[in-house]
Design a protein around this ligand. Structure first.
Ligand code: ADP
Ligand code: MG
Length: 322
């Protein structure tokens, strides 16, 4: 029988290494972390619940990756560099095969970003995974939601909608062949947090957010917090490679409201267009200009000719009725 402490020691404690940023890691009542001089800590938590954020029986390697990826994505949206994270884990049973896969998926992504596991909590219960992540950035340089300015361009990284297309396939909302679902599901299971882009946009972008609940809703948070409005060009939105094969109305709906994309939506003044393109190139991440921030309130969606689209769309909300 694997005890709680065996489990932590075997799957979550790793030999400490010289590059460690933590003065003290796993094993004491608290971890100790020294912020670098002149830097602010960026801190975020994200919880993933079985049956809510992922299907029961989800692949443990993919799940380990995704739990950390969604947290890293919040750091990316702030322009922060990852430093460390804690893991609070509620598990129905200590299955070694599951733990081995989960920790492997999580640590592969953690190592890619030099982000160290420094503590956590482990308990028996329904499968529930909560990570708190710590990053840092030069004081005053965070890409905040309340910093969009009238006249700013609106940009999006990568592509939108494939994760939503996979969900539609799984739920049989539409008929898709299994190869299409599998291709689209890559985006759902293995999102790539845009850490490099977020860091490269420091001092260039005004506001940023990561797209977890759908572009309309997430951009809406920027508009609300910045007290501005926006016009979004539906024809400029970059569809994921799999979604690209679908009808225009589905493309629009899934790109505007589909969640789980984990792309960055950010605003920057038109005078910074070259700087944005250079940052995107440095981070090896494509970006597309998709609209403009205006002084008036509200979010208008227009087509490529500037005609308003009347879309009855909204983003995902856990507490809204279905
Ligand atoms: P406490 O009794 O203070 O709650 P625990 O016995 O829960 O401490 O944890 C012992 C040590 O193991 C602590 O340093 C804690 O941060 C760490 N820890 C517990 N669970 C995990 C986990 N899932 N991942 C990483 N570290 C963990
Ligand atoms: Mg504890």
């Amino acid at each position: 029988m694997l005890t709680e402490f065996d489990l932590i020691a075997r799957y979550f404690m790793r030999p400490s290494h010289r590059a460690s940023r933590a003065a003290l890691g796993i094993g004491d009542d608290c971890a100790l972390l020294e912020p670098s001089p002149g830097m602010q800590l960026a801190i975020s938590s994200d919880m993933l619940v079985e049956g809510r954020h992922f299907f029961a029986g989800a692949h443990p390697i993919e799940l380990g990756h995704k739990c950390l990826a969604v947290n890293l994505s919040d750091l990316a949206a702030m322009g922060a560099t990852p430093v460390a994270f804690t893991l609070a884990l509620s598990l129905p049973e200590a299955k070694e095969e599951w733990l081995a896969g989960f920790s492997k998926g999580m640590f592969m992504l953690a190592d890619e970003h030099g982000c160290e596991l420094i503590g956590g909590d482990t308990t028996k219960g329904p499968l529930n995974i909560c990570i708190t992540i710590f990053g840092e950035l030069p004081s005053g340089q965070a890409l905040r939601r309340d910093a969009a300015q009238p006249g700013d361009d609106i940009w999006i990284s990568g592509t939108l909608g494939d994760a939503r297309l996979a969900l539609a396939g799984y739920r049989q909302e539409i008929v898709l062949d299994s190869a299409t679902i599998e291709a689209a599901a890559l985006r759902m299971h293995a999102p790539m947090p845009r850490i490099g882009l977020g860091i490269a946009l420091r001092g260039i972008a005004h506001a940023a957010i990561d797209i977890s609940d759908g572009l309309l809703g997430d951009l809406g948070h920027i508009l609300e917090r910045s007290a501005v409005g926006a016009a979004l060009d539906a024809d400029a939105l970059p569809a994921g490679p799999t979604l690209l094969q679908q009808s225009q109305s589905m493309r629009r709906r899934f790109m505007l409201t589909g969640g789980d994309d984990y792309e960055l939506c950010f605003t920057a003044p038109p005078a910074k267009r070259d700087a944005v393109m250079a940052a995107a190139q440095a981070a090896n991440t494509p970006v597309t200009r998709i609209g403009m921030i205006g002084a008036g309130a509200g979010l208008r969606v227009i087509d490529g000719d500037g005609n308003p689209l009347d879309l009855q769309l909204r983003s995902f909300d856990h507490f809204a009725s279905p």
